[in-house]
Design a protein around this ligand. Structure first.
Ligand SMILES: Cc1ncc(COP(=O)(O)O)c(C=O)c1O
Length: 363
């Protein structure tokens, strides 16, 4: 947090190499750490953008650009309206990006574990054929923490030559926890990937890592061209602005890099595993409470449960009361049309006693 103050006070221009090479170098080191955790190739790279919403939009614009290039190279006519295949559980920023882009969203079916799979995506692709310019998989859905079956979806995208974007805005942090890594198998096939350090990687807002498997594709979609920019482009070949929808930018990845360099990456894995363990413990406490019902077995650090016998208004009222009492900020959500409560742990200092107090306050 304090380093963010330093970054703000220095007001480094983080858009071009010539103006902010030191900052861009350090940001790239932090991006490299995430990219290596995901198993992307050595040449992968990108930029820190304000949040997952802009990250998803920038990646989807890149996917469409690549599809246009490949259609044109093959002499195929461009569809009237492009579409993305996404999961039922995709974050709201995905349809919102589609709306900004003027493209459609096709919601593929999910399996019994609410995951997008190669088969469900295949069915959607077979139906919508050449209109699809990309598949958006989620690695850690916002409501339940579900990680799509990235291995089968990634393999299918390779086979069908369709762009594979992975929205790991929340869940991607768990790549740092060795015990959780297996859930993400297949993420290494991503053409583009987002992870928000401002969610579960303890970085101050606003900080989303957008990583391109082939940074040239990010550049092709986003580099701006103007007479006065030509001079800047002559210095070095890595201008962070080229990789997303933006030009002027603050070096927002620096506080995250500084923290990684200070504490070491192992400290991240340990802290994240603590919150995953905490979620499992919270799940057990919920199961043991006779006024609550666990709705979903915690996969990452999210615990979703029902307060037996309450309607939506009661959930709402109790949440507001707990906030006013200064006790907890537990936001009601919805699962299959029913109101639920949802814990999402990102602070490793949360204790099992804290959870017990909240569970008791829901009696
Ligand atoms: C899976 C997922 N993707 C994208 C976003 C959007 O991220 P941001 O709020 O940083 O724009 C969120 C936010 O919760 C999310 O959970």
């Amino acid at each position: 947090m304090l380093f963010d103050l330093v970054v703000g006070a220095c007001s480094i221009y983080g858009g071009s190499w010539i103006e902010g090479a030191g900052a861009a170098y350090a940001e790239n080191e932090a991006l490299r750490w995430l990219s290596n955790l995901a198993g992307l190739p050595a040449e992968a790279g990108g930029v820190f953008v304000p949040g997952g919403t802009i990250g998803n939009l920038s990646a989807m614009v890149g996917a469409r650009k690549a599809a246009i290039a490949s259609f044109e190279a093959a002499g195929k006519p461009l569809p009237q309206r492009w579409a993305f295949v996404v999961s039922q559980t995709a974050h709201s920023s995905v349809p919102s990006a589609a709306e900004v882009m003027g493209v459609d969203v096709i919601r593929a079916e999910t399996d019994s574990r609410r995951r997008l799979t190669g088969d469900t995506v295949d069915a959607a692709l077979s139906q919508h054929g050449d209109r699809v310019c990309g598949v958006v998989a989620t690695a850690g859905s916002t409501n339940l923490g579900v990680v799509d079956d990235l291995a089968s979806v990634g393999a299918l995208c390779r086979e069908r030559d369709v762009w594979f974007h992975v929205d790991a805005a929340y869940g991607g942090a768990a790549l740092a926890a060795p015990q959780a890594r297996a859930q993400f198998s297949g993420i290494e096939h991503a053409d583009s990937l987002i992870i928000d350090p401002h969610k579960w990687l303890f970085a101050p807002y606003d900080c989303c890592a957008l990583i391109w498997r082939n940074p040239d594709q990010g550049r092709a979609a986003h580099a701006q061209h103007a007479g006065y920019l030509e001079f800047l482009n002559a210095f070095g070949d890595w201008n962070p602005s080229d990789f997303a929808i933006q030009l002027t930018r603050r070096a927002r990845g620096l506080p995250f890099w500084f923290s990684l360099a200070t504490y070491g990456s192992d400290a991240y894995g340990t802290a994240i595993q603590l919150t995953i363990d905490l979620a499992r413990e919270a799940g057990r406490q919920v199961e043991a409470a006779d006024h609550l019902r666990l709705v979903w077995e915690p996969q990452l650090s999210i615990v979703v449960f029902e307060r037996i016998g309450w309607d939506g208004a009661q959930y709402q009222a109790r949440s507001i009361e707990m906030m006013n009492e200064g006790l907890a900020f537990v936001v009601p959500s919805r699962h299959d049309g029913k109101p639920v409560f949802r814990f999402c742990f990102i602070n490793p200092r949360t204790s099992t006693e804290d959870i017990a107090v909240i569970i008791d306050a829901l009696r």
